[in-house]
Write a protein of this length. Structure first.
Length: 688
């Protein structure tokens, strides 16, 4: 009995053992099946994805920033180029203690306060894994000194970078603009654009002028290289690369020697000058004074320099040629005469008696000095600059007819020049006033407001670009072109050149007879009129018109006395002109702020521009000095061949100290200069 029981127990024990063995076998089988399934999943289905990830851990794709394109003037003189320099850079993601690292670095390489401020700003704007410069433009000695101690500074390295350079310094700065480090807003805009990949590794972008307008052409195409990296993150070898494509070469229509001469003639005075070829719309000179050195902005302008530029009462960052608006004064009269002829509102032989004042209601509109010219026809009204003639003409035409006739010349609208930020100016009309003002009493147009418009005062406000473009149209007999600064874009790899199209805009259809009459009167201005002394002895014929525009208003019974006013409140000096008279190749408009009569400050600059453009002559040293002071008339001394005059400015890379390129880089706010208007005062009627 006992034996049977033991046998049963043994069989039961063997059964349990077999069950456990089977369970273990099943568990092992399932485990191996899961492992096999996982291997199949990873090796077959996920092979490509995992191989790519593994390769990415081994290979780094590094962007290669292209060389930025050159900018040259019409004669091939380089206005913007690049040079290579070493920078000392820190990767914040690798460095544990930034402050301590910077302190230790300063014992090897000089790091100034401005460098530290700039690095802090870049750190706030950038990303933690980006390499950021703590010092730029290191000398060879500094490079050698750091290289010998490089092992002490993990996460710090020296890189060779390209820097933008403007060899002529301040000359043409408002045309060229400048490049600066990409800020947060620009980076976000680039990331959302289709061009994001092309800006990988790019730290700088065009901010103003040609650099901004032609950013796409100047930037080039970013290249890349694939490098194998070690576990420590160091490059082991290069696997393959795709070289970058440099930016295009931009050729401007500007003659930089002419531009430099004009800027020199302005001296320390404020103002603007635009010169255009009426045959094509090419801009020959585009001057805004005072100006600035764009090299200051390339690597981040320091706070002191920024404060000096931004807070100056002279507003050197304001592009006066593009954004400064001024009452045209008597330079508006030739266009009024053309409008009168085209509409038949006044016959050229109609005589108007100029007694020095024009009475409208209970308001007296005056001429300069209240001295009359007596009987004047259209020719004499332009030559002697009669205010009364154009007061009465404006009253006869009315504001809306004036707008209808003068708007096609480009007044009160953008010219479409290839620069960003152009303003429209103001050519008033009843519709313009209703749109501009909110209160009903302000929206009403009063008949008395029309009178001052006839002599270029009142609401009239235009840029020198608009004035020059309008005169170019008048000089060419009504043929219009859109002003342009770029002549040609060249692919430096294929050497293919794209000439910028300058197709003529629809002509205004001016009567040749009317054009000839106004041209004859403008020529008379230079022979017997308000600019006769300035153009005395000129071997070519030109047409021009002086203007004096108010900066501030005066009361009706008050006399204007420049000596009693602060300099910034005195009248502006203007002149518009074209030459040669028979076949105009240059038309210009110039304003010298707060300089008084047009014949005393603006016209002398125009005469010397024509001597350069028509005769190839540069004024004498003595004449330049007198013109800068507003004390010149006809040129004095012996003029020099323009081609023999060296260009001023800094040639080659701008020397920089350790601190000079550091600091914050705020962007100059785009501001429009709007000159105050007041009761009309008129032109220099009796100053031959």
């Amino acid at each position: 009995m006992a034996g049977v029981t033991e046998l049963k127990n043994l069989e039961a024990e063997l059964g349990r053992f077999r069950g456990r063995l089977l369970a273990a076998a099943l568990f092992v089988l399932i485990g191996f099946s899961l492992v096999a399934a996982r291997l199949v999943w990873l090796q077959v289905y996920k092979y490509e994805e995992l191989a790519t990830r593994a390769e990415a851990n081994r290979i780094a794709v590094l962007p290669i920033v292209p060389n930025r394109g050159l900018v040259v003037d019409r004669n091939g003189i380089v206005l913007a180029n690049n040079f290579s320099a070493y920078t000392l850079e820190i990767n914040p993601a690798v460095v544990d203690d930034l402050e301590a690292t910077i302190e230790r670095l300063s014992t090897v390489v000089e790091i100034g306060t401005r460098d530290r401020r700039r690095f802090k700003r870049l750190l706030e704007e950038g990303k933690s894994f980006e390499s950021l410069p703590i010092r730029t433009k290191l000398s060879d000695e500094e490079v050698a000194r750091f290289t010998a101690r490089r092992f002490l500074f993990p996460g710090v390295e020296i890189k060779a970078r390209l820097f933008r350079n403007y060899p002529l310094g301040e000359i043409g700065a408002h045309v060229l603009g400048y490049i600066g480090r990409i800020n947060t807003a620009e980076k976000e805009a680039l990331d959302e654009s289709d061009n994001a990949a092309n800006y990988r590794g790019t730290d700088y972008i065009g901010k103003l002028g040609i650099e901004q307008r032609y950013e796409a052409e100047l930037h080039g195409i970013t290249g890349f290289e694939e490098v194998e990296i070690s576990a420590g993150g160091r490059a082991v070898r290069r696997l393959r690369s795709n070289p970058p494509v440099p930016g295009h070469k931009i050729t401007l229509s500007i003659d930089i020697r002419l531009q430099a001469m004009i800027e020199e003639l302005f001296g320390d005075r404020r103002g603007a000058l635009v010169a255009i070829d009426p045959r094509s719309g090419e801009v020959l000179a585009f001057v805004s004074k005072p100006t600035f050195d764009p090299n200051l902005f390339v690597d981040g302008i320091d706070a002191d320099s920024w404060r000096e530029l931004n807070e100056s009462i002279d507003k050197p960052l304001l592009n006066r040629a593009l954004r400064g608006t001024y009452p045209p004064g008597s330079t508006f009269k030739p266009f009024m005469a053309m409008a009168a002829l085209q509409t038949g509102k006044r016959d050229p032989h109609t005589i108007i008696f100029d007694g020095g004042t024009f009475q409208f209601g209970n308001h007296t509109f005056r001429s300069h000095g209240d001295h009359g010219l007596g009987p004047v026809d259209m020719y004499r009204s332009i030559v002697k600059s009669s205010n009364v003639y154009y007061y009465s003409l404006a009253n006869e035409m009315g504001v809306d007819l004036m707008y209808e006739q003068l708007s096609p010349f480009g007044f009160g609208r953008k010219t479409g020049i290839d620069l960003e930020g152009e303003v429209t100016g103001v050519l008033p009309s009843t519709a313009w006033k209703r749109k501009t003002y909110r209160r009903p009493e302000q929206q009403k147009w009063y008949a008395g407001e029309t009178i001052s418009l006839g002599i270029g005062q009142g609401y009239n406000n235009f840029t020198m670009l608009q004035m020059a473009s309008a005169l170019a149209t008048l000089a060419s007999g009504g043929q219009r072109f859109k002003p342009s600064l770029v002549r040609e874009i060249e692919d430096v790899v294929t050497h293919e050149k794209q000439t910028i199209s300058r197709d003529a805009l629809p002509s205004l259809g001016l009567s040749p007879e009317h054009v000839a009459l106004v041209h004859h009167a403008l020529y008379g201005v230079t022979q017997e009129g308000t600019s006769a002394r300035v153009f005395q002895g000129a071997s070519y014929k030109s047409g021009g018109k002086t203007g004096t525009a108010q900066a501030v208003g005066i009361w009706q019974n008050e006399k204007y006395d420049a000596r009693k006013l602060e300099e910034h409140k005195r009248d502006h000096s203007l002149y518009i002109a074209f030459a040669p008279l028979e076949a105009p190749s240059i038309a210009l408009a110039v304003v010298v702020e707060n300089a008084g009569f047009g014949s005393e400050a603006a016209a002398p600059i125009a005469r010397r521009v024509f001597d350069y453009a028509v005769l190839g002559l540069y004024p004498s040293v003595e004449d330049v000095a007198l013109t800068r002071q507003g004390k010149s008339s006809a040129p004095v001394g012996k003029p020099r061949p323009a081609s023999a005059i060296p260009l001023p400015g800094v040639m080659g890379p701008v020397p920089q100290g350790p601190d000079s390129a550091a600091g914050a880089q705020p962007e100059p706010a785009a501001r429009e200069l709007r000159v105050a208007r007041g009761p009309a005062r008129g032109d220099e009627t009796h100053r031959p």
